[in-house]
Design a protein around this ligand. Structure first.
Ligand code: S3P
Length: 183
């Protein structure tokens, strides 16, 4: 198992929709003096349309291909904080690319928190409207998310608190990954 290099500026954030990957990633990047790359934003810029429109115009298959290209793009330059969309880490190739890039942090979030944070959100085409369906989707994805180096709890925590927790984990590379749960 790879350990983060002490003082490493690379970090990869994964997890379910609403886990706070983009918000935490921005703060984390600022704190580390690193560039922040949001894989979804890269897709939107390249496609010239929103994620919702990409799904509506081209379908999920095409979106996943664009996502693979955007992941490859994100990891082509060292020293970045990369936030990957909620489905990116489910793909083995993406997983390999992201895991090879830097320490991967799974921002864990409960179904209840996602409902609190994202009820009424119209920008995420795959977000289940119902609690039960969402719980199933989170549980189905969790085994892949758990392949990350670190699991970071986000429920009831502010984005800056989560970012600080990740900075601590990056700084304490002697702690064995996986056991070093935070939160
Ligand atoms: C998706 C999550 C979204 C976006 C797309 C698909 C998913 O990103 O990539 O709508 O499959 O979970 P966020 O996790 O940033 O919402």
């Amino acid at each position: 198992m790879r350990r983060p290099e002490k003082g490493s500026r690379e970090a990869v954030l994964i997890g379910f929709m609403g886990a706070g990957k983009s918000s935490v990633g921005k703060i984390l990047a600022t704190r580390l003096g690193a560039e922040f790359v949001d894989v979804d934003e890269t897709i939107e810029k390249k496609a010239g349309r929103s994620i919702r429109e990409v799904f509506a115009s081209f379908g999920e298959g095409a979106f996943r291909e664009m996502e693979k290209a955007a992941v490859r793009d994100a990891v082509s330059v060292p020293g970045r904080v990369v936030a990957a969309g909620g489905g990116a880490y489910l793909d083995e190739g993406n997983r390999r690319a992201l895991s090879g890039y830097g320490p991967v942090f799974f921002l864990d979030v409960s179904c209840e928190s996602v409902l609190e944070r994202l009820t009424g959100d119209r920008s995420r085409p795959l977000l289940p409207g119902e609690g039960e369906k969402m719980r199933d989707m989170i549980e189905k994805r969790r085994p892949a998310y758990r392949l990350a180096d670190f699991t970071v709890t986000t429920d009831g925590r502010s984005v800056s608190d989560v970012a600080e927790g990740i900075i601590d984990l990056l700084a304490n590379s002697d702690r064995p990954p996986r056991k070093a749960e935070n939160g």
